[in-house]
Design a protein around this ligand. Structure first.
Ligand SMILES: [Zn+2]
Length: 114
């Protein structure tokens, strides 16, 4: 996938999904949520993995996760549970080469529960 076809490098294509942003990160609703509240944190600059982030971007990413996650869990009654996932590299199952972290609120009654 070239940067040209990369939705995370095209602010127009993700504009409607963005519900929070910082200087370096966009926070998006996932178009294909596995559960309600499935969120993506995406660096505004194109990087392929965590090591591609500058020091300031890396700090901002962690701060953004820490800011957004508790609100998300409250909003989706997620019982203090979530998955934080990044698929990095060609064999990870990623669909977009632009680094993005998934925050997936979890609760007792979601699709993965027994
Ligand atoms: Zn990109």
């Amino acid at each position: 996938m070239s940067k040209k076809n990369d939705p995370f490098c095209n602010k127009k294509s993700i504009k409607a999904q963005i519900y929070y942003e910082t200087k370096y990160m966009n926070v998006l609703y996932n178009l294909y949520p596995v559960v309600k509240g499935h969120t993506l944190i995406v660096p505004k600059r194109h990087v392929g993995d965590l090591n591609g982030l500058s020091e300031k971007e890396a700090v901002d990413l962690i701060k953004t996760i820490r800011y957004v996650t508790p609100k998300l869990l409250r909003a989706y009654k997620a019982d203090c549970s979530y998955n934080l996932v990044a698929q990095v590299g060609p064999y990870s199952g990623r669909s977009i080469e632009h680094l993005h972290l998934h925050i997936i609120p979890r609760n007792k009654y979601d699709m993965y529960s027994d």
